[in-house]
Write a protein that binds this ligand. Sequence first.
Ligand SMILES: [Zn+2]
Length: 413
Amino acid sequence: MDLGFNGPKFTWSNQRGINSRIWKRLDRAMVNDKWLQDMPHTNITHLPSIFMQNGQWNLTKLNQLAPQNMVHKILSTQIQLQQEHSDQAVWTLSATGLFSVSSAWNSIRTTREETKINTYTWHKRIPFKCSFLLWSAIRGKLPTNERLASFGIEPGICYCCKSPGVDTIEHTFNTGTFAKKVWNYFAVSLGIQTDQLPLRNMIMRWWNTTHTNEAHKLILQSTPIFICWNLWKNRCSKKYGGKQSSIARVKFLVMLDTFKLLQIAFPYITWPLEWRRLYTLIENCFHDTKITIVQWNRPPDEWVKINTDGSALNNPGSIGAGGIIRNKNGELILAFATPLGEGTNNQAEVEATILGLSWCVNLRYNKVILEVDSQLRGSSLRTKTKKNMEPLYQMRASTHCYSTHSSQMYSHS
Ligand SMILES: [Zn+2]
């Protein structure tokens, strides 16, 4: 909406003689209702056009009427009047001089903290509904009674505490006695301070805490999300489901969500379903990287060597295959990579070798060494490769000569 104005009606004139002078209101301030809500006392004053005289700034008038901190800025603005051209509006935030929403947005938004809030709110293994709840809470977009009050419904007491507070987002998620107890329980063991902070800052404190390993990182990220999720569930099951508000239940459900997340993220570690034992285990986790040096040996004269590999995102899941054919000098003859749809790990490995050997047949190589890194035995391949490939290749299913670079989290007890 247009903010309107006080003062003279026009802000521009063509500076011509009295008979051919044109006056216009060129400057407008447009805001949205949210902005007006936050800054209700805004008003726009058109200053009389006596600041320019004969192409120069009128310093006396400026000092009299313009805000003190702006005078210097105004004076340093070079104005060149071009009588022969008509005036044009120029949007200085874009290179073209034309208005664009994105350039306006870029100039007013605050980026860094926002970016961290956004990236940490979402995680591929944290349920969407939990992240979305936190996202809404931080932005004040939840139907608490306080908000419903603005539609004419009376604000109510909270649904969490024994001696009730008001049902607001800050109370339910942060400052209420109930919420504080839940946050404390989890924060203390992780060494996170729990003095009073607004919700957003408290969550940032968790997310700014330095982690010692990947599991630690994950629970620092996920616990605030699960706490908020279960505080909200607790409130809603009291409000709509008639259940009693219970700290023990909320603590347990946060624990359960965390447990499930860790089980999916680090399935090879046995996680306990108890907070104290869980974080003690996490403190003792370390990242173990195993590197095996591998070597590729050239094939003998007149032979080519083909190395193939299959991959599966999950087993079973999306699979793909890749391979490379090289000659006795180690020079590349052909390389391929292709998706194979859905299937198992072994299927991917076998498909990869079949594809590789098919290429060899097409290229008329008949002395081929096949080298794979999988555990598949020759027999498994022979039953699946095409008949005409049988005499073609010499199998070297050798784990020792292929890469295994694995990187996993281990618990240490
Ligand atoms: Zn409460």
